[in-house]
Write a protein that binds this ligand. Sequence first.
Ligand SMILES: Cc1cc2nc3c(=O)[nH]c(=O)nc-3n(C[C@H](O)[C@H](O)[C@H](O)COP(=O)(O)OP(=O)(O)OC[C@H]3O[C@@H](n4cnc5c(N)ncnc54)[C@H](O)[C@@H]3O)c2cc1C
Length: 353
Amino acid sequence: MRSGVFIIGGGLAGWRAAEAALAGGARVTLVANGSGNSPDIHALNCPVLPEDSVEQFIEDSLKSGKYRNDRPLVETMCRASLSLKDEFAFDGTVLHPVGSSVPRCVSIRHAIGAIALKQIKERLEGRVKVEKRTVSADDVLTLRAAAPGVQIIIATGGWCGKYDFSTNPSYLKGDGLVMAEALGAALKDVDEAHVQYEPTVRTEGPKRGIPVITTLLYEGARLLTPEGKEFLEDARLDKDELSKAIFGIGGTAMYDLTAVPEEKLRECKMDPAERIIKVAPAPHSSLGGIVIDAKCHALDAEGNIVPGVFACGEVTAGVHGLNRLGGNGGTAAMVFGTIAGREAALELKNDES
Ligand SMILES: Cc1cc2nc3c(=O)[nH]c(=O)nc-3n(C[C@H](O)[C@H](O)[C@H](O)COP(=O)(O)OP(=O)(O)OC[C@H]3O[C@@H](n4cnc5c(N)ncnc54)[C@H](O)[C@@H]3O)c2cc1C
């Protein structure tokens, strides 16, 4: 590849970047070693209800992140999320993410991640060069040396796959962070304080590591101690607070779904016969990563743009602060994927003119 856009990552961030870069007239290569976490996205945030607003969405995201978020990134995400309702035929369900002031999680059949990925891939069929392999930092340095005009987009997702008990596949271990540093970009918040735990992850059986959706806490579900006793004064805490509460009782809890209506369980793709599930918090989302600006340029330690390097999705830092609001992982991947692809294609045009 001598010019064009080279994307590492085949989740929603990577494919949205591919679509936007193609729309901007670029030749696109996308390399991935799996499909990442994106096919597991049930629902994502988009303020669709009359009682909701972009401003409320911004405030909920900042509050959830303990006001340690990068505000321009949050504002960009929340404002751009509005266009998602024109792009996707959401099915009318609006779930209430824990920690949010109003219901805001929209979807298509509780599978927006898999459905959106399928739709994008079908639209781009034959127009993107797709390679299935693992990319290393040496590979991107070699590419950079051989083809300095190529715009590189890092969309390699988070790093929670490095933990034994995690909701992520083991190949998501932060390779993109090593690539970014090799190319001169800065990282931030790549410590344990910026690992978000999913509070209610199955601990046993063939589904070990698979989360049980927390929005059920708004549908009558309860969290109990292993002995079956109530321990939460308010179950509608954010994910971080719920995880801390479960660690406070020894690290495991029983998720009691007996009061949840059967149709709600079916909607969430749960087996209605399964009413009591043993759960524990597990590393789920990484909140830190590559430092970017609101156009997804990777920045160096002085805050300067690293020429020709973009990043989007869970590999980046800043948008979620200290705690990601449920539903914002999908929205961030969608929104910043598109921005990264568009800006990388623009950069190519500027270089060529
Ligand atoms: C079980 C589960 C359920 C979730 N549900 C929701 C939800 O309902 N709503 C929500 O908003 N968020 C949810 N999230 C979070 C959400 O899935 C992520 O934030 C989002 O998918 C990140 O998208 P991404 O494109 O940045 O990364 P990913 O989708 O993880 O994609 C990363 C890509 O990079 C590739 N890659 C990584 N390293 C390399 C390498 N060295 N070489 C080549 N390729 C590489 C991977 O193969 C993959 O293609 C969930 C997460 C999990 C684990």
